[in-house]
Design a protein around this ligand. Structure first.
Ligand SMILES: N[C@@H](CCC(=O)N[C@@H](CS)C(=O)NCC(=O)O)C(=O)O
Length: 205
């Protein structure tokens, strides 16, 4: 199995952390795609993912799956003996899904938009609106505050144990530093949660 990815990009990191927590990272060969050089825009890459984004999982028979959480879902189902990161019961699964969507729409998306519209990283292929990028930063900051309150009496985001919600949120909280959104000194619960995650081996991959 191969994962086409970019080591510095946040979505591939979510997959790497998920695989590391499951003990599956050695099962996968990682192939680096240079996004800034546009290696994701080639016909060869487009055949693997018509949306031209990383990560992409390629199975040994050539089947390709894109979308971070679809890739994670594949590993969750294909390796049932590995630690469950998407929940066990119907309620756990639903609550983790709820959080994954909140994290995706209200933190990952604005952080990504803030990066794209203020850094000029993809200025060769998109119109940048810095003012919109700045507004997106505020959305990320608001979500940090929301997460801080949620974590005031919890070790993890859901069900008092690690789930993909923690991994996804952690990857985005760290990525947000590139747009100068950081955990504030007043956000001690978020900071403590971050430090617990950062101490795990999966945070190093
Ligand atoms: N919804 C997709 C988003 C993937 C995505 O936006 N990947 C970024 C890197 S983190 C990318 O490939 N960007 C290249 C581009 O937009 O040209 C997922 O969850 O995998």
């Amino acid at each position: 199995m191969k994962v086409y990815e970019t080591a510095t990009a946040p979505n591939p990191r979510r997959v790497r952390m998920f695989l590391a927590e499951k003990g599956l990272i050695e099962h996968v060969e990682f192939v680096q795609i240079d996004l800034q050089k546009g290696e994701n825009l080639t016909p060869e890459f487009t055949a693997r993912n018509p949306m031209r984004k990383v990560p992409v999982l390629e199975l040994s028979d050539g089947t390709c799956i894109s979308e971070t959480m679809a890739i994670c879902r594949y590993f969750e189902e294909a390796y049932p003996e590995s630690p469950k990161l998407l929940g066990e019961t119907p309620l756990e699964k639903a609550e983790i899904e709820q959080w994954l969507r909140w994290i995706e729409f209200y933190m990952a998306m604005p952080t990504g938009m803030a990066f794209q519209h203020t850094s000029g990283y993809f200025k060769d292929r998109m119109n940048c609106f810095p003012e919109w990028g700045e507004d997106c930063k505020y959305a990320t900051e608001r979500f940090f505050e929301f997460l801080n309150k949620h974590l005031q009496d919890r070790q993890f985001i859901c069900h008092e144990r690690l789930s993909a919600a923690d991994l996804n949120a952690f990857a985005i909280v760290q990525f947000a530093r590139v747009v100068k959104v950081r955990i504030q000194p007043t956000q001690s619960h978020l900071q403590a949660w971050h430090d617990r995650l950062a101490a795990r081996a999966s945070a190093q991959v």
